[in-house]
Design a protein around this ligand. Structure first.
Ligand SMILES: Cc1cc2nc3c(=O)[nH]c(=O)nc-3n(C[C@H](O)[C@H](O)[C@H](O)COP(=O)(O)OP(=O)(O)OC[C@H]3O[C@@H](n4cnc5c(N)ncnc54)[C@H](O)[C@@H]3O)c2cc1C
Length: 439
C-alpha cells in the first residue's frame, strides 16, 4: 500500500496551493521533505483554474465573510500574489458608474483583477503541475477518492487503498455530494443553506461598454443581486452538467473567454445572481437548486432556456424565430438551448429582483436591455457545505482538513488558493513546522 505524509484530494487551486505551501515551508524549516500525493478524479488537471481564470485580489470577493476578515484575507492574498504573479488590470471611469448607481442603491466594488482566459489558465496549470512534479509531488489524475477509513488513516480510490498521515480534501463545487457523504462517514455536521440562482446575460459588447474600463465589474444591487463572472472579447456561454441526488441530469449555464483572440466575437456575457439564504426551516440549498434545475430542464426539454430581452419585456416566450430578424443580430454562443419563457420556470421573487436589477444596470450603462440581449437560465452556484470546523485552519477531525469551494471556505480561484494555504498552515502546525500565519 502506498503511504504519504499528506494526501490531497482535488487538484484545483485549493489543493495545488496546499501542495506548494507544504513543500515551501517544510523545506525551508530544514525538515525531511514531505511525501505528498494529489489525486484528481478528472483526467486533466486542474479544477476551476481551467475556466476563464479571472482572478480577484480584493476582499471580500470570493471570501465568505463569516470565516475571513479583511486583515487575514489581505495577508493571504499577498501570498497568493507571490505564488501566481498576476498582472493586475487597469480600471477607468469608476466614479462615473458609481455616481449613476448611487441614487438607485447600486454599489460598484473596486476589485484588483487579473485575467488569463481559458487558454492562459491551461498554461498556468501546466506550469504549476510541472513545478510540483519536479519537486517530487505525485499527481494522480483520473483517480477518484471513493472512501475514507478515518481510524486506519486510509483512503480508497477507484483503483487502490492509500495511507496518509494528514488528509486535505478540496473537491470543489463539483464534489459537493462526495463531500457530504464523506462528512457523514466521519460524523462531521454541516449545513448547506445558501445558494445563488440567476441568469446569464449575453449581449454585444457595445451594449455593455463598461468592460473596456473594468474587465469584470462587480455591481451589488438591492435584494442581494449581483453581477458575476463577466467575460468579453472572445466570450462564450457554456453549460455544466450536474446530477441530482436521484440521478437526474440538469444543466447550469456559465461563461468563459479566451485571452488571445480579444474581440474575436464581439460579445460579452455575465451572470446576474440572487443569493438565497434559508433560515427557518433550514432547507438544503443544493436540493432547492436541484429542483429549480430540473424544473428548467422540464421547460427546456432537457436543455437550459434562452429568451431574448425583447420577448421577455413583452411577456412573450422566445421561439426559434426570435433568433432571426434585424433586431436579433447575433447568434447565441450556447447552441442547443431551448427558446422559451424564463418566467414560467424561475420563482417570482428571484425573477422580480433580477429584472429590477437589470433595469437599474441599464440605467447606469444604457444598452443591456436591447431587445437582442439573451437571458440564459438557469445559472446556479451551489455555495457549498458549511462544515463545523474544529479550528481556524479548517480542520474537521484529527489530521483531516478541508479547503476550497466545496467546503465553503472560498468562492473563487484566489480565495480557494488562500484557503488551501490556510489549511496547509494547520497541517504544518500539527507537524511542529512553523509557518508565516497562525490561522
Ligand atoms: C465555468 C466556470 C468558470 C469559472 N470562472 C472563474 C473565474 O474566472 N474566476 C474565479 O475566481 N472563479 C471562477 N470559477 C470558480 C472557480 O473555478 C472555483 O472557485 C475554484 O476553482 C475553486 O477551487 P477548488 O480548489 O475549491 O475546487 P476545484 O477547482 O473545483 O477543484 C476541485 C477538484 O477536485 C476534483 N475532485 C472532486 N471530487 C473528487 C474525488 N472524489 N476524488 C478526486 N478528485 C475529486 C475535481 O475533479 C476538481 O478537479 C469558475 C467556475 C466555473 C465552473
Amino acid at each position: 500500500m502506498d503511504q504519504y505524509d499528506v494526501v490531497i484530494i482535488g487538484s484545483g487551486p485549493a489543493g495545488l496551493a496546499a501542495a506548494f505551501g507544504l513543500l515551501k515551508h517544510s523545506t525551508s524549516s530544514g525538515a525531511a521533505p514531505l511525501r505528498i500525493a494529489v489525486f484528481d478524479k478528472a483526467k486533466t488537471s486542474t479544477g476551476g483554474l481551467r475556466n476563464d481564470c479571472k482572478m480577484n485580489f480584493t476582499y471580500p470577493v470570493g471570501f465568505p465573510e463569516d470565516i475571513w476578515n479583511r486583515d487575514s484575507a489581505d495577508a493571504y492574498l499577498d501570498m497568493v500574489k507571490e505564488d501566481l504573479h498576476p498582472g493586475i488590470l487597469a480600471r477607468k471611469n469608476l466614479t462615473v458608474y458609481r455616481r449613476r448607481g448611487e441614487p438607485l442603491g447600486v454599489q460598484l466594488l473596486e476589485v484588483d483583477q487579473a485575467h488569463l482566459g481559458t487558454d492562459g489558465g491551461l498554461k498556468l496549470i501546466q506550469t504549476l503541475t510541472a513545478a510540483l512534479e519536479k519537486q517530487r509531488v505525485d499527481i494522480f489524475l483520473g483517480e477518484e477518492m471513493t472512501g475514507l477509513d478515518e481510524q486506519a488513516r486510509q483512503i480508497t480510490t477507484t483503483t487502490r487503498t492509500v495511507g496518509f498521515e494528514y488528509l486535505l480534501i478540496a473537491p470543489g463545487r463539483g464534489g459537493f455530494k462526495f463531500l457530504q457523504d464523506t462528512l457523514d462517514t466521519i460524523g462531521v455536521n454541516y449545513v448547506d443553506h445558501i445558494v445563488d440562482i440567476g441568469i446569464r446575460i449575453e449581449t454585444r459588447i457595445e451594449h455593455y461598454p463598461i468592460v473596456h474600463d473594468y474587465y469584470d465589474p462587480k455591481f451589488l444591487f438591492p435584494g442581494r443581486v449581483r453581477t458575476f463572472c463577466t467575460n468579453s472579447g472572445d466570450a462564450h456561454v457554456v453549460q455544466e452538467r450536474y446530477l441530482s441526488r436521484h440521478g437526474k441530469t440538469y444543466y447550469s449555464v456559465n461563461g468563459h473567454a479566451y485571452s488571445h483572440r480579444n474581440a474575436a466575437n464581439g460579445l460579452v456575457n455575465f451572470a446576474m445572481l440572487k443569493t438565497i439564504r434559508f433560515t427557518e426551516p433550514l432547507a438544503s440549498g443544493q436540493e432547492f437548486a436541484e429542483n429549480l434545475g430540473l424544473q428548467a430542464m422540464l421547460m427546456g426539454g432537457g436543455h437550459p432556456i434562452m429568451q431574448r430581452v425583447g420577448d421577455f419585456r413583452m411577456g412573450k416566450r422566445s421561439k426559434h424565430s426570435s433568433f432571426s430578424g434585424d433586431l436579433y443580430d447575433f447568434e447565441p454562443t450556447l447552441r442547443g438551448c431551448t427558446p422559451g419563457d424564463i418566467s414560467l420556470s424561475m420563482p417570482a421573487k428571484i425573477l422580480r429582483d433580477i429584472w429590477k436589477s437589470m433595469k437599474a444596470l441599464d440605467t447606469i450603462i444604457p444598452g443591456i436591455l436591447h431587445p437582442s440581449t439573451i437571458m440564459y437560465y438557469p445559472e446556479i452556484k451551489l455555495y457549498a457545505n458549511r462544515p463545523v470546523f474544529s479550528d481556524s485552519n479548517f480542520k474537521v477531525k484529527d489530521r483531516i482538513y478541508l479547503a476550497g469551494d466545496g467546503a465553503g471556505t472560498s468562492r473563487g480561484i484566489t480565495a480557494a488558493w488562500a484557503s488551501g494555504l490556510r489549511a496547509c498552515f494547520g497541517i504544518l502546525k500539527d507537524l511542529g513546522i512553523s509557518s508565516p500565519l497562525p490561522d
